[in-house]
Design a protein. Sequence first.
Length: 166
Amino acid sequence: MITLEPPRRLADEAHPWQELGLSKTGLARFLNRARAAVGLAGEVHVLLAGDATLRRLNRTYRGKNKATDVLSFPASDAGDGNGVGVAGDLAISLETAARQAARFGHSLRDEVRVLLLHGVLHLAGFDHEKDAGKMAVREAELRQELGLETNLIARVAAPLVKGVRA
């Protein structure tokens, strides 16, 4: 399930998805492909919101009082008893994603897909802060497999500078 909390500038718009150049069904299809490629079972709930929401979540759950591009919250339960459960939740800042898209020269849609993939990898147990590059290698492979432009792969290998990719 993907939920859009539209930015304030679009709060009164009848079709905020279209105004953002995003498709709920398109992102859901990509999310399902990413889950399958990573081997992640279970539902993933996604919140597309603004910097203020991501800052609040980051402060509450990680003790960091700043906005970020994507947050991952792995589910704490093993399922619903029927073998189908929730893998976890993702929260993505559309404002940060838009800035990053402009910086890297691609669309907001592509940036949100990059962040969905990154978040799904975290839900699957990858941790780029502790794995000596293992997540970056897997993410680069999956970007190619999932049809993301190859120029997006370069930033996976870029060094981290104060927690932000160069």
